[in-house]
Write a protein that binds this ligand. Structure first.
Ligand SMILES: Nc1nc2c(c(=O)[nH]1)N[C@H]1C(S)=C(S)[C@@H](COP(=O)(O)OP(=O)(O)OC[C@H]3O[C@@H](n4cnc5c(N)ncnc54)[C@H](O)[C@@H]3O)O[C@H]1N2
Ligand code: MOO
Length: 447
């Protein structure tokens, strides 16, 4: 058993949302760091300070396609009185051997190419005749089509200050600088920096592998035909998507029939690829609530014993999401959250408990573990009604500009369409049974 139910409580006591969350989070630890290829590390938390091995840019280079010149040679140049320079060659990006630009000379240079010795500035091609002997050029002709562009003469129409259109070595970062500190979450810009400084791999906490398993003999996979009494399995899709959204690698296991032995063996099979298991359905008080049946059975999953037995089933003072299971299964004591089957209940439970567990496994700071909350004014025609002693989570549409939130659909745990049109959860505290229009309430943004 994972847990730490307060001493003064019996089996039938209601757990608060906060107690249950604290219990879940107390049982999950950040995953051990591993070395990953850059793209595989996207969204992960860096565990090492990364220092810059070589300055960026590594050399002075041109920010424009144009001509590398000596400033004295183009001083006072204008379209009427151009400076006429001898073109001594091309410097393309990637050029290793550079010509030296002497007095009265220019080298044709491309964006990103190293500034050749002797040159002090770059004049964009548009400020020259491009070597054509005509008016202002609009660009360069490809070298393959006009190799003569790398020789001959160029007329420069404007003066250039020293370092004009030159990106200096180290102007981005210097060798020895801290590129990224341990604890940084690697988004695309951070991955760009790591690549730019030549890192192929980085040490991060990996994405948790989350196995999502729905249960219920009534469930049919989308795309297949429904038969009498059956419905489509939406929870396993919703929760696998939510797990990915939280940062996990999600494995969706299609619906398992209501048979405790099948469920136990499916869970055992899945343990190999799970840092966290999530089930939906079968946690209530019905005769076919197999998750409860399978996982309440004796045995911790150690040795030859079946997986299961470490899961505690409890009731929470919340709506939706009252029945919940939490504990560990299998030889490695893999955490398992058993969520209720009603679609809205399972999704809300995921947001409140599974998402924080995933983000804790990822090693994210506490401030980024749960969804952000804001205060908003209720915009509705009638008051919200909420059961006493339950924290209620109603679906809403948040208007950031107006600072208001509007209910979407009712409180029914089966209202999937309303959930799909909502972007937030309106929170009605345990001691509040009615919220008047115009009153303020907490809103969790689903992002
Ligand atoms: N006598 C009582 N009955 C119920 C209670 C109670 O306290 N006493 N609690 C109710 C509450 S609250 C909830 S929430 C549900 C939880 O039930 P289970 O977790 O056992 O879930 P199921 O019975 O398997 O399913 C409930 C409902 O959701 C549909 N479902 C299940 N899985 C999926 C899925 N993957 N995709 C789409 N829909 C799914 C299922 O068909 C049922 O309609 O119990 C109440 N009952
Ligand atoms: O917990 Mo149930 O979620 O109220 O429908």
């Amino acid at each position: 058993m994972s847990s730490s139910a307060p001493q003064d409580t019996g089996r039938h006591r209601l757990w608060s949302v906060d107690e249950h969350l604290a219990d879940v989070l107390a049982a999950v630890r950040p995953l051990e760091p591993i070395e990953l290829q850059l793209l595989d590390a996207q969204g992960c938390v860096l565990v090492e300070d990364v220092t810059v091995p070589v300055a960026l840019p590594p050399f002075d280079n041109s920010s424009m396609d144009g001509y590398a010149v000596r400033t004295a040679d183009v001083q006072g140049a204008s379209e009427e009185f151009p400076a006429v320079l001898a073109v001594i060659g091309d410097v393309a990006a990637g050029s290793g051997e550079l010509p030296t630009v002497g007095p009265g000379q220019a080298a044709r240079i491309m964006t990103g190419a190293p500034l050749p010795p002797g040159a002090e500035a770059v004049v964009p091609v548009e400020w020259t005749d491009g070597g054509t002997g005509g008016g202002a050029a609009s660009g360069m002709t490809p070298a393959s089509a006009a190799p003569q562009g790398a020789a001959g003469e160029v007329r420069v129409h404007r003066a250039a200050e020293a370092r004009a259109h030159v990106r200096s070595r180290g102007s981005d970062v210097q060798a020895g600088d801290l590129a990224l500190a341990a604890g940084t979450v690697l988004g695309p810009p951070q991955i760009a920096l790591l690549a730019a400084i030549g890192r192929g791999t980085v040490r991060v906490r990996p994405r948790p592998r989350v196995v999502v398993l729905s249960t219920g003999s009534e469930l049919v996979q989308p795309g297949e035909a429904l038969t009498a009494g059956t419905i489509y399995d939406s929870n396993s899709f919703a929760l696998a998507a939510a797990a990915r959204d939280a940062g996990a690698i999600a494995y969706r296991v299609g619906a398992v029939a209501d048979d405790a032995e099948t469920l136990r063996s499916t869970i055992e099979d899945q343990l190999i690829r799970a840092d966290l298991l999530v089930t939906t359905g079968g946690v209530s008080v019905g005769a076919y609530d197999v998750v409860k049946e399978a996982l309440t059975a004796a045995g911790s999953g150690d040795g030859d014993e079946p997986a299961g037995g470490g899961v505690d089933f409890r009731k929470l003072a919340m709506q939706p999401g009252k029945p919940q299971g939490f504990g560990t299964v299998g030889p490695d004591h893999t955490p398992l959250l058993a969520l209720p089957g009603n679609p809205v209940s399972s999704y809300v439970s995921f947001e409140l408990f599974v998402r924080p567990a995933i983000r804790t496994l990822m090693g994210l700071p506490e401030s980024e573990v749960s969804r952000p909350g804001v205060r908003a004014v209720l915009k509705a025609d009638e008051p919200l009604r909420s059961p006493a002693a339950r924290r209620q989570f109603l679906r809403g549409k948040y208007d950031a500009e107006a600072g208001t939130v509007t209910p979407v659909g009712g409180s029914g745990s089966h209202l999937i369409a309303a959930l799909a049109h909502a972007d937030s959860l309106m929170v009605v505290p345990e001691d509040v049974t009615s919220v008047e229009p115009g009153a303020e309430l907490e809103v969790i943004l689903l992002g």
